[in-house]
Ligand binder design. Structure first.
Ligand SMILES: *[C@@H]1O[C@H](CO)[C@@H](O)[C@H](O)[C@H]1NC(C)=O
Ligand SMILES: *[C@@H]1O[C@H](CO)[C@@H](O)[C@H](O)[C@H]1NC(C)=O
Ligand SMILES: *[C@@H]1O[C@H](CO)[C@@H](O)[C@H](O)[C@H]1NC(C)=O
Ligand SMILES: *[C@@H]1O[C@H](CO)[C@@H](O)[C@H](O)[C@H]1NC(C)=O
Ligand SMILES: *[C@@H]1O[C@H](CO)[C@@H](O)[C@H](O)[C@H]1NC(C)=O
Length: 417
C-alpha cells in the first residue's frame, strides 16, 4: 500500500520535473529574481555629457554604479547586474561589418572594456536592445541583424540582455522573441534574457501567451514603464493584483513576471512608500533592479534597499509568486509562501499595504485561518522591516492585528511552530 502510494507520487514527481525542464527556458540563469541596477528610470536618455557629466549615459555612469554597488554594501546583499538601458548607440551601424557601434564619445573604450570593468568588481554586465527597426529612442534596432547582434553581445561578454519592443508589429513578437532567444542560445554564452514581449500585447487588451514567455525568456515586462511616482507604482501593483490568476502560475525559478525598476532613493516616494515598493516586489517575486543615483541616496532609503530580510523573501528559492489575497478597507493583504517548510507547512511573508493616502495609521485584524495559514501549532511572527524582531506567537484561530501607515506597509514573516 505505502509502496504503491510512494511509487505513484514518485511518478508524479518525475512527470512534473519533466514538464518543468521541457517547458521552461533552461539556460541555468535567474533561478531567483535578478537583482541589480539599470539606468533608464533615473537617467533616461541624457546624452549631453558637457552639461551633465555625472548623469549622461556614458562609460562613467556605469563604472560609478559598479564602484558603488561593490563598495557600499549593495553587492553583499545580492545586487549583481549593472545594466545599460537605451541611448548607448551611435545612430549608424558599422558600414562594413554592420555591427552595432556604441557612441564613440560616451563609450570611448567600447562595450567590452566596460564589461571587463564591471566583471573586475565581481559583478555582471547587462545591456539593452530592441527587437524592432529602432530602439524606443530611435537608435538602430535589431530586426534585420538578430544573429549578428546576438554574437556581438556574446563577444562583448554581456551577461544580461533587455530586449524592448518599439518600432515593430506586436504580432511579430510571438515569433521574434523566441527567434532571438534561440540565437542567444546558439552563441554558447549564457545571457539572462529579459523580454518586453507581453507588455505591448497587454496594453492593447490582448492575452499574451505566458507559457511561451516562460519557454523563451528569463523575465518579461508585463505592464507599463514605471515612473517616479506613487501613482505609477500603484497602477503597476493593481495590474499585478487584478491579473494575478492569469500571470502568477507562469512565474518560477528561471522565469519571472517583471514589475519594473525600483524607484527607491529618487524623488517620488516617501519612506513609507519606498517600503511598500520593496515589500510588494518581494511578495510578487519581481526582479529587484534599482534605478537611482547611487552616489546621492539618503541613508534612510539606502537602508530600505539593503534590507536583507526583505531581500530574502524576494529571493526565496521556492520561487512562488505571491498573491493579493484580500483588499478591504483600502488595505491590501499580499501573501507569499516561502521557506522554511516545517513539518510540511510553509512559512509565509505577509504584507499589509495601505492604499489610504491620508489620515492616521489604520488598524486591521484577521484570523490566520482566514488567510489560509492553518498550522495547528501556530506561527512565530517576526517583523521583516525591523531585523526580524519577534512580534508574537499566534494560532490559526487567533487574530493577528497590525496598524498600517497611510501609503505604508507592515511586512511580517510567519514561521510554523
Ligand atoms: C557610413 O556611411 C554613411 C553613409 O554613407 C556615412 O554618412 C557615415 O559617415 C559612414 N560611417 C562611417 C563610420 O564610415
Ligand atoms: C541552450 O539550450 C540548451 C537546451 O535547453 C541548454 O541546455 C543550454 O544550457 C543553453 N545554452 C545557453 C548558452 O543558453
Ligand atoms: C494610473 O492609471 C490611471 C487609470 O488607468 C491613469 O488615469 C493614470 O494616468 C495612471 N497614472 C500613471 C502615473 O501611470
Ligand atoms: C489587467 O490589469 C489592467 C490594469 O490594472 C486592467 O486594466 C485589466 O482590466 C486587467 N485585465 C484583466 C483581464 O483583468
Ligand atoms: C478578529 O478580527 C476580526 C476581523 O477579521 C474582527 O471582526 C474581530 O473583532 C477580531 N477579534 C478580536 C478579538 O480582535
Amino acid at each position: 500500500m505505502w509502496c504503491r502510494i510512494l511509487t505513484a507520487s514518485l511518478a508524479l514527481l518525475l512527470v512534473q520535473e519533466n514538464t518543468f525542464f521541457s517547458d521552461a527556458l533552461n539556460n541555468g540563469l535567474a533561478l531567483t529574481p535578478p537583482m541589480g541596477w539599470m539606468s533608464w528610470q533615473r537617467f533616461r536618455c541624457i546624452i549631453d555629457c558637457d552639461s551633465y557629466p555625472d548623469e549622461c549615459i556614458s562609460e562613467k555612469l556605469f563604472k560609478t554604479a559598479a564602484d558603488v554597488i561593490a563598495s557600499e554594501g549593495y553587492k553583499d546583499v545580492g545586487y549583481e547586474y549593472v545594466i545599460i538601458d537605451d541611448c548607448w548607440l551611435e545612430f549608424q551601424r558599422d558600414n562594413i561589418t554592420k555591427e552595432l557601434v556604441p557612441d564613440r564619445k560616451r563609450f570611448p573604450n567600447g562595450i567590452k572594456a566596460l564589461a571587463d570593468y564591471v566583471h573586475s568588481k565581481g559583478l555582471k554586465f547587462g545591456i539593452y536592445e530592441n527587437y524592432g527597426t529602432k530602439t524606443c529612442e530611435g537608435y538602430p534596432g535589431m530586426i534585420d541583424h538578430l544573429e549578428l547582434d546576438a554574437q556581438t553581445f556574446a563577444k562583448w561578454d554581456v551577461d544580461y540582455i533587455k530586449v524592448d519592443g518599439c518600432y515593430a508589429d506586436y504580432r511579430d513578437y510571438d515569433t521574434g522573441y523566441p527567434e532571438f532567444g534561440r540565437l542567444l542560445n546558439k552563441t554558447g554564452r549564457p545571457m539572462v534574457y529579459s523580454c518586453s514581449w507581453p507588455v505591448y500585447q497587454e496594453i492593447k487588451g490582448l492575452t499574451p501567451n505566458y507559457e511561451a514567455m516562460k519557454e523563451h525568456c528569463n523575465l518579461w515586462r508585463n505592464w507599463k514603464d514605471i515612473q517616479d511616482s506613487y501613482e505609477s507604482l500603484r497602477n503597476i501593483t493593481e495590474y499585478f493584483a487584478v491579473n494575478q490568476s492569469r500571470i502568477q502560475p507562469h512565474a518560477g525559478p528561471g522565469h519571472w513576471n517583471d514589475a519594473d525598476m525600483l524607484l527607491i532613493g529618487n524623488y517620488g516616494l516617501s519612506i513609507d512608500q519606498s517600503k511598500t515598493q520593496m515589500a510588494i516586489w518581494a511578495v510578487i517575486a519581481s526582479p529587484l533592479i534599482m534605478s537611482n543615483d547611487l552616489k546621492n541616496i539618503r541613508p534612510e532609503f539606502k537602508e530600505i534597499l539593503l534590507n536583507k530580510e526583505v531581500i530574502a523573501v524576494n529571493q526565496d528559492e521556492l520561487g512562488i509568486q505571491g498573491l493579493r489575497k484580500r483588499f478591504d478597507d483600502k488595505i491590501e493583504t499580499w501573501i507569499r509562501p516561502i521557506k522554511p517548510i516545517v513539518n510540511g507547512e510553509h512559512s509565509y511573508a505577509i504584507a499589509w499595504s495601505s492604499k489610504r493616502i491620508d489620515g492616521a495609521p489604520f488598524r486591521v485584524s484577521a484570523k490566520l485561518e482566514s488567510l489560509e495559514l492553518n498550522n495547528a501549532n501556530g506561527y512565530h511572527v517576526t517583523d521583516l522591516f525591523d531585523k526580524n524582531r519577534f512580534v508574537v506567537d499566534v494560532l490559526p484561530q487567533q487574530n493577528i492585528t497590525v496598524r498600517v501607515n497611510p501609503s505604508g506597509v507592515v511586512f511580517y514573516k510567519f514561521t510554523p511552530k
